[in-house]
Write a protein that binds this ligand. Structure first.
Ligand SMILES: *Cc1c(COP(=O)(O)O)cnc(C)c1O
Length: 397
């Protein structure tokens, strides 16, 4: 796409023509994240990543309020004077939770992935990435100036042959739970391969933490993988924990290397201390209230069973895509669902590969069975005429 001043108007209208225009809406939270108001309409929200229903938990909000006197801003980076005891305590809690020696707080998951990949890989080396990796892993790899090799989604054999055919692979990185598909990476197999070939394995478990594993420790807890098998874990605090921020976790030395070298850690303002306090409360609830995990996974199974005739992806996590494979189709179905009182967001390319455009439905422990059943009905009606086979027929007619 050309973006010279003269071509700007043309470039924008091309996006509209191709149904790729993104509209940002004011989404008003109404005390509970499952109910939102958009353009004056009350909707049940099936688009947030608040899997455990903690984003508006009264105890988390109370912790934030009580910590408000610590100030809205940290006023400096972690290395200058922005790092306080609240940050250290949260780091200790996160390390204990994930079974790692040490954790390091970063301002966002995007920045955490930049930190991980730019610190571990450099020019002349290689980064192997799953074809469906999150954009922040891709950008981290690009910024590292290493050579990027994308392998077919979750294809362990392809990873093995890539590792065998040439040397100089520095990093193998993958999402734990894939953000747009909800399926789980073959982390145990990847860990064996990475160790055998001396590559760093980085797992971005933004969507697994809090949701999977006996204490919500994510895909690595579920697979029983410690820091010997997976040296670097990235987790976000803005999804299942319902707050904001991110962390890297690994050995003392690896975390120390991040502190010394990672530019997206060093050259940015530290997370505000009240956020760290609120996150500790959210983490305490996430760890101790196992029913939240059970509930969101049970609601997920309920929805899948109710719409098993729709083109779902094989996913057992609260991320449930309905793949329509067409930009216009996802936008039309999104609008119909809105009319029926549901907020579900269509995901188009380049967020997902062309031809796999989808509705990305996400569930929360805060949803009710009735809401899930109502969504299932509305979804089936909204998809009518826009499913891959029907659409072709409809357009010809
Ligand atoms: C959301 C997300 C990130 C980015 O985390 P933020 O804290 O929102 O910047 C990174 N990786 C994955 C897989 C994500 O889904």
């Amino acid at each position: 796409m050309r973006r010279t001043p003269q071509a700007l108007e043309g470039a924008l209208s091309q996006l509209r023509r191709e149904h790729l225009w993104r509209v940002r809406q004011d989404v008003e939270a109404l005390g509970t994240r499952t109910r939102v108001r958009v353009g004056g309409r009350l909707l049940v929200d099936f688009s947030s990543n608040d899997y455990l229903g903690l984003a508006h938990h009264p105890e988390v909000s109370a912790a934030l309020r009580e910590a408000a006197d610590l100030g809205a801003g940290s006023a400096a980076s972690h290395m200058i004077s922005g790092h306080g005891p609240e940050h250290s305590r949260l780091e200790e809690d996160l390390a204990r939770w994930t079974g790692r020696s040490r954790a390091l707080l970063l301002s966002t998951g995007y920045m955490a992935n930049l930190a991980a990949l730019t610190t571990l890989a450099g020019r002349g080396e290689r980064v192997l990435l799953d074809r469906l990796s999150h954009a922040s892993l891709i950008d981290g790899a690009r910024l590292s100036a290493a050579r990027i090799q994308r392998y077919p989604h979750c294809d362990v054999a392809a990873v093995e042959s890539a590792l065998e055919t040439s040397t100089g692979c520095a990093v193998l990185a993958t999402d734990g739970v894939f953000s747009m598909d909800g399926d789980i990476a073959p982390v145990a197999e990847l860990a064996v391969l990475a160790r055998r070939h001396g590559a760093w394995l980085v797992v971005d478990d933004a969507h697994g933490l809090g949701v999977l594993g006996p204490t919500g420790g994510g895909v690595l807890e579920q697979a029983g993988l410690g820091e010997d098998e997976v040296p670097l874990l990235m987790g976000t605090l803005g999804k299942a924990l319902g707050s904001f921020g991110a962390f890297l976790a690994g050995s003392e030395d690896l975390i120390e290397l991040m502190i010394q070298r990672a530019r997206s850690y060093i050259y940015t303002t530290a997370l505000p201390a009240p956020m760290a306090v609120a996150t500790r409360k959210a983490l305490e609830i996430a760890r101790s209230e196992g029913w939240r995990r059970e509930r969101v996974l049970a609601l997920t199974a309920r929805l899948r069973a109710a719409v098993s005739d729709l083109p779902l992806v094989t996913s057992w996590t609260p991320i449930q895509p309905v793949v329509l494979g067409d930009n216009e189709a996802v936008m039309q179905v999104q609008a119909r669902l809105h009319e029926e009182g549901f907020r579900v967001v269509g995901i188009r390319s380049p967020s997902v590969p062309k031809g796999s455009e989808r509705l990305r439905i996400t569930l929360s422990a805060a949803h009710t069975e009735e809401e899930v059943d109502a969504l299932a009905g509305a979804l089936r009606r909204a998809c009518q005429g826009w499913l891959p086979g029907e659409r072709m027929a409809g357009r010809r007619g």
